[in-house]
Design a protein around this ligand. Structure first.
Ligand code: AMP
Ligand code: GLY
Length: 419
């Protein structure tokens, strides 16, 4: 099977690393990939959101399956264009990717299918937002409808802050705005594959979104993660599947926009049970890295089965019995402005010590690995349990010499409200 992976970050490095281990593989390409990905896949320059570019690569390289890593190509309609030409693609249509690209759309699906989630009111104007705010107690959550790179959600403690946030979000992202009930509980992530009809649960994870230790500082794409979640049990997974994932897939199917790909559910475990915070229509970054590390069976048959609507034929993947963790090493200044180009050494020593490193933002020049992004390295490890995995990942980090980088020292440590 000849496979093309779209994207070039740490998530795609992990996907390519995992797919490269498949005995079914006969060729692996990435658009655009990265210097690190080039160790496993032929990397081609070009924009993975440009439909003509993707179709051109698929034709020229006789690709059997396209695997979409990030959300942007999904929202650009790449999946629809491939499906329209009879090419197998792992990743939902533009319409189905609205589960990620429109929070209002997701709330409507939740309403139709009676999926537990925070109460929300959509507001198209500032006056409507004020009226909506009258209906909620404080704190209250305000959200931009569309993709906002982690900056579209404000938790307001006072009415004045809520009004400021409403004005700011409407002016930065335009209408509509969502005013949402504040949910109290513990946050976990859950991943499941769907081919539009059939569903295969994958695994749970928890991530650390704040930039600095103790959950302080600005929100980021994720500074570290571990899997499985400390709070996931068989009973909770059954509940999440029954009350959230299955009704979502059924509602999407009934709406004529079947979801084919990986559903990434952000969940709040409240005293009334799990509630949906948000959906993403792709693997999480850096959650994908640890899922790939934990998955022992071949991923390629699953990706192809999702694309071809044959997930009911598949056996569930096998997972390592323990846990996996990843520490994100980011450039100082991230998520704000940061420097690029500084050399990073010690990666081989970290690998020799047992870490698996996925590169999220590096360039390789004359044998030197250089920082080339905000989140730069994902230093990952497995272990018998979460503590062992986190300890092993930090042991890898200790070998890496990069004065321009920083990382959180408390990945894997959490205080839970619900236990
Ligand atoms: P979202 O992009 O919707 O996942 O929101 C980003 C983050 O804001 C989540 O990971 C939560 O930490 C927080 N958040 C979002 N919605 C709520 C809510 N209704 N109640 C409490 N926290 C929330
Ligand atoms: N780590 C969060 C995300 O991928 O959206």
């Amino acid at each position: 099977m000849r496979v093309l992976v779209l994207g070039g970050g740490g998530r795609e490095h992990a996907l390519v690393w995992k797919i490269a281990q498949s005995p079914l593989l006969t060729g692996l390409l990435a658009l655009p990939g990265s210097d690190a990905i080039a160790a496993h896949a032929k990397c081609l320059a070009g924009d993975p959101c440009d439909i003509d570019t993707v179709l051109g690569v698929v034709e020229a390289h006789k690709i059997d399956l396209v695997v979409v890593g990030p959300e942007a190509p999904l929202v650009a309609g790449v999946s629809d264009a491939l499906t329209g030409r009879g090419i197998a693609v792992f990743g939902p249509s533009k319409a189905a990717a609205q589960l990620e690209s429109s929070k209002g759309y997701t709330k409507r699906i939740c309403e139709t299918a009676d999926i537990p989630t925070g109460q929300a009111v959509q507001a198209d104007t500032f006056d409507a937002a004020l009226a909506a705010l009258d209906r909620f107690s404080l704190p209250v959550v305000l959200k931009a409808d569309g993709l906002a790179a982690g900056k579209g959600v404000v938790i307001a403690e006072t009415r004045a802050d809520a009004e400021t946030a409403a004005r700011d979000l409407l002016s930065a992202y335009g209408p509509p705005l969502l005013v949402e009930e504040f949910l109290v509980g513990d946050e976990i992530s859950f991943f499941a594959l769907s081919d539009g009809t059939n569903i295969l649960p994958l695994a749970s994870a928890e991530d650390h979104k704040a930039a600095y230790d103790g959950d302080r500082g600005p929100n980021t794409g994720g500074m570290g993660a571990f899997s499985p979640s400390a709070l996931m049990t068989d009973a909770l997974q059954a509940d999440v599947m029954a009350r959230i994932i299955r009704p979502t897939v059924a509602a999407m199917h009934a709406a004529g926009t079947p979801f084919k790909g990986v559903l990434y559910a952000g969940l709040m475990l409240t005293k009334d049970g799990p509630k949906l915070l948000e959906y993403n229509a792709r693997f999480g970054d850096p959650e994908c890295q640890i899922l790939m590390l934990r998955m022992e069976s071949d991923i390629l048959p699953l990706l192809m089965a999702v694309a071809e609507g044959r997930l009911d034929d598949c056996t569930p993947p096998s997972w390592s019995s323990g846990a996996a963790a990843t520490i994100v090493m980011a450039a100082k200044g991230y998520p704000g402005a940061y420097e690029k180009g500084a050399p990073i050494t010690g990666l081989d020593r970290a690998r020799a010590a047992g870490a698996t490193i996925f590169e999220a933002g590096t360039k390789h020049t004359d044998g030197t690995v250089r920082a080339a992004g905000g989140r730069v390295l994902n230093v990952c490890a497995t272990g018998q349990n979460r503590t062992d995995a986190v300890t092993a990942a930090y042991a890898g980090v200790a070998h890496i010499d990069w004065p321009g980088g920083f990382y959180r020292r408390d990945i894997g440590q959490r205080t839970y409200k619900t236990r």
